[in-house]
Design a protein around this ligand. Structure first.
Ligand SMILES: Nc1ncnc2c1ncn2[C@@H]1O[C@H](COP(=O)(O)OP(=O)(O)O)[C@@H](O)[C@H]1O
Ligand SMILES: [Mg+2]
Length: 311
């Protein structure tokens, strides 16, 4: 449905042009920021496609080129096989990473205003129901909680009944409950057949919502695929976590693969969980406080880049 071919976006930072190696830039020329450095991707209709990466990775810049808002330095975007045209604005719904809403306007009025920009709109009542806005419809948009504001902005992104909806870090800064609440709205949007393009630095969010995803770092795609395939291609172990004091002697290389101390916890990697637990029991290791977990997208990101997604 949507395809990007070798997208590149360079920004020139005029203020820093005479300062060598300004903190932000990763170009070789002073003041040149290679925000996106050759990204190709292909988004199938009806799927949720995720761009996952740390702050400054180039997610927003990539998504804004897909939306037709930022002109690429080079490379191209195609929607249903054709270059993005003016009609794409009617087909796309956008929830920006930061949106300033008009002051002194209620939620209801904001919906009406954004609706008035399009020829083809969804009835307000449907959006109110879909995004659970009814409780604060007459509230000033400046007085909404983080979760309420994001629900309103989601409704705004849906106002033109788009085929594809772009959500740029929609849950950053929300509390865990508001985040879960938002995820269920996104799942409903997916179920209605719309294509969703999502950026996030929460691996849990990506694992839950995305059918396909790319890891982005320093403006490049460093891994791509279905979350489950990415994990099974990269890992064949599970992790067994035990309080450090439970392990009093060295563990053998079989059935254990490695053991790493993280603060008060030993993280043991094994390819044979049954044999591992049997060994620990036979050697009188206390299993109280033990946790067993599979590898996550966060582990994969650390493996690929050596750094934390949120760092
Ligand atoms: N308009 C701009 N001018 C200069 N640099 C920019 C601009 N927009 C983004 N950047 C830089 O490009 C890089 C990627 O930014 P962005 O796409 O916002 O990343 P992300 O959304 O993954 O956090 C960052 O180093 C950022 O500072
Ligand atoms: Mg961003």
């Amino acid at each position: 449905m949507l395809e990007a071919d070798n997208l590149v976006k360079h920004f020139t930072e005029k203020k820093n042009a005479d300062r060598q190696g300004s903190g932000k830039g990763r170009g070789t020329q002073p003041g040149l920021v290679k925000a996106v450095d050759g990204v190709s991707l292909s988004i199938a209709s009806g799927t949720c496609f995720g761009l996952l990466g740390p702050n400054g990775a180039g997610k927003t810049t990539t998504v804004e080129m897909l939306e037709g808002i930022v002109q690429p330095t080079s490379g191209s975007v195609r929607y249903r096989g054709k270059p993005l045209g003016a009609d794409f604005r009617q087909k796309a719904g956008i929830m920006f990473q930061n949106t300033a809403l008009q002051d002194f306007m209620t939620v209801r009025e904001a919906l009406q205003m954004f609706g008035s920009f399009y020829s083809n709109t969804v009835p307000a009542e449907q959006l109110i129901e879909q995004c659970a806005l009814s409780e604060f419809l007459d509230r000033d948009t400046g007085k909404l909680s983080g979760g309420q504001k994001q629900r309103l902005l989601l409704a705004v992104a849906l106002v033109n009944d788009p085929e594809v909806i772009f959500l740029d870090e929609p849950t950053t800064g929300l509390d865990p409950q508001a985040r879960r609440n938002f995820w269920s709205l996104v799942n409903d949007i997916k179920a209605s057949g719309k294509t969703v393009v999502l950026t996030t630095h929460y691996m849990e969010e990506a694992a839950l919502l995305c059918d396909e995803l790319v890891f982005v770092d320093h403006g490049k795609v460093i891994a791509a695929g279905k979350p489950r395939d990415l994990l099974s291609d990269s890992f064949d172990d599970v992790l067994l976590e035990l309080p450090a004091e439970a392990i009093t002697s060295d563990l053998p290389a079989q059935p254990f693969h490695s053991a790493t101390l993280h603060g008060q916890t030993v993280e043991i990697s094994t390819r044979d969980i049954n044999a591992s637990i049997q060994y620990l029991l036979e050697h009188n290791v206390s299993l109280s406080g033990m946790q067993v977990r599979s590898r996550s997208l966060e582990d994969l990101f650390i493996e690929l880049t050596g750094k934390d997604l949120r760092s």
